[in-house]
Design a protein around this ligand. Structure first.
Ligand code: FAD
Ligand code: SF4
Length: 475
């Protein structure tokens, strides 16, 4: 097939649950390609000699090669190529912001002058990963001889999963410590089931255990045991800190302490991890807001607003002080939230939250904004319009204006250098911190970022740990 013929193939739309149905259930919104759709979509790839899509991928997956295998129907071959560089393709295929990464650079999208018409690399990654899970026999991992070295991995998000797997594959004895009762980090407590089924994450955790990784859940490092104890008292030779950015930021406005105001983290953790949506089956208390205001414009805000709908809200407002162009959320999530009925109030922001005499939220007062000059992030900064106040009746306010690094490990580890934002400072080549033998990666280093970047950090840190331990062995 020549390039003209490839260009004439229409983009394959992703089958999805209908908005009016899915807004009231927890099942996955996107249903995935069929094998025929996947082959056709992959055939749209022009196999560009300059490979711009690969440059847009944070872990440099050999995209044209995996697409060529997919187009041929060799899905096992495609998966093998992806797995050379990505440990979590079923996760990344679902949650990566491809429209800002590989697909943004895709020649097909550029020719059509529409990124939505780029080859659907993410959807194909998801298809291939799901096909592998359903059709391939799980290979029993072959492990190298034991090195006798012990590695502690703190946290169990994508950075830690990747680091633990790579260290175990190098023959080290790895123990993972997770503060919650379930492993997976944001993949289980933040991103909802309707975007990322928890069974997929659990399979990755099972895979770690098959590699021999020991897992200690309900174990918060920094309380009874700190990083130094792990090394001096418990005999670990190296430690990886992947504790993420789970500290919610607030607006610092009047009324934020009222009943009915939540951080998106708490709201989503109760709903996802504590399964509050399984009413009658679990004891998790939950606040059933009927009129909900969500403050923010990122993925967390989209997840919180869509979750509120699924938990019975009759009206959900998403209030964001810039315009849609500046929204950091994935385009697909914005589109899905709108389709499901979330009302976007753009260029508006909360000024204060109003309560009744019992301390419960009854309304939110907002201000209108306009866009001024670009700020340090390059985005035009929002400027409040004096006298534009208006009030919305709501009974729930969910604050999703960002997260900061978890402070516990820095606060309990002497000599651990952090920057002014509280992120751990690392050597960019090895991910080693200011303490020899202690490594870090993911959101605790980058600040709230993405799954794929966290995975990349975990991989680099594991390489750093393996080199560090090898050097120690040689001495
Ligand atoms: P985390 O995933 O945060 O995991 C850290 C883990 O460490 C947690 O399990 C925590 O309980 C544990 N921990 C913390 N302190 C301790 C301690 N002292 N002892 C033991 N354990 C500890 N990214 C995308 O790419 N696409 C998306 O669509 C997307 N959506 C998101 C939606 C939400 C609601 C949120 C909150 C984030 C989203 N992100 C998304 C961001 C992405 O999930 C994170 O960048 C990524 O999970 C960071 O991985 P991590 O391994 O560094 O940390
Ligand atoms: Fe294929 Fe697009 Fe990559 Fe070119 S840029 S190789 S068309 S996926």
């Amino acid at each position: 097939m020549n390039n003209k013929e490839r260009m004439s193939i229409p983009p394959q739309a992703m089958p999805e649950q209908k908005p009016e149905i899915r807004a009231h259930n927890m099942q996955e919104v996107a249903l995935g390609y069929s094998a025929e759709m996947a082959k056709l979509e992959a055939t749209r790839c022009l196999n560009c000699p300059t490979r711009p899509c690969v440059q847009g991928c944070p872990v440099a997956i050999r995209i044209p090669e995996f697409l060529a295998k997919t187009a041929e129907g060799d899905f096992a071959g495609a998966l093998a190529i992806i797995k050379e560089t990505s440990l979590l393709p079923a996760v990344c295929g679902r949650v990566c912001p491809q429209e800002k990464q590989c697909q943004l650079f895709c020649t097909v999208g550029k020719i059509h002058k529409d990124v939505d018409k780029a080859v659907a690399i993410g959807r194909l990654e998801r298809f291939v990963a799901d096909w592998g899970r359903e059709n391939l026999q799980k290979a029993v991992p072959t492990l190298p001889p034991k090195t006798g070295k012990r590695v502690a991995v703190i946290g169990s998000g994508p950075a830690s999963i990747t680091c633990a797997a790579d260290c175990a594959r190098a023959g080290h004895e790895v123990t993972m410590f997770e503060a919650f009762h379930k492993c997976g980090g944001v993949l289980v407590y933040g991103i909802p089931e309707f975007r990322l089924p928890k069974a997929i994450v659990q399979q990755e955790i099972d895979g770690l255990q098959e590699l021999g990784v020991k897992i200690k859940r309900n174990y918060c490092v920094g309380l009874t045991r700190n990083v130094s104890d792990l090394m001096t008292k418990d005999g670990f030779d190296a430690v990886f800190v992947g504790t993420g950015a789970g500290l919610p930021k607030f607006m610092d406005i009047e009324g934020e302490n009222l009943n009915g105001v939540f951080s998106a983290n708490e709201y989503l953790t109760r709903a996802n991890l504590m399964k509050a949506y399984c009413e009658g089956e679990v004891d998790t208390p939950f606040w059933h807001g009927k009129k909900v205001a969500v403050l923010g414009g990122g993925n967390v805000a989209m997840d919180a607003s869509r979750m509120a709908l699924r938990l019975g809200a009759e009206k959900v407002y998403l209030i964001y002080r810039r315009s849609e162009v500046e929204m950091p959320a994935r385009r697909e999530e914005i589109h899905h939230a709108k389709e499901e009925g979330v009302e976007f109030l753009l260029l508006q922001n909360a000024k204060r939250i109003l309560g009744d005499s019992t301390g419960k939220v009854v309304a939110i007062e907002c201000l209108k904004y306009e866009l001024g000059e670009p700020d340090a992030s390059g985005r035009r900064s929002p400027v409040a319009i004096p006298g534009s106040e208006f009030t919305l009746d709501v009974d729930t306010v969910i604050v999703a204006v960002g997260n900061a690094s978890n402070p516990l490990i820095p606060a309990t580890t002497d000599g651990l250098e952090v920057n002014r934002r509280g992120n751990i400072v690392v050597n960019p080549e090895t991910n080693m911190t200011s303490i020899p033998g202690v490594f870090a990666g993911g959101d605790i280093v980058l600040g709230a970022a993405t799954v794929i970047l966290a995975m990349g950090e975990g991989r680099r840190a594991a390489a750093g740990i393996n080199a560090w331990l090898a050097a120690k062995q040689d001495k």
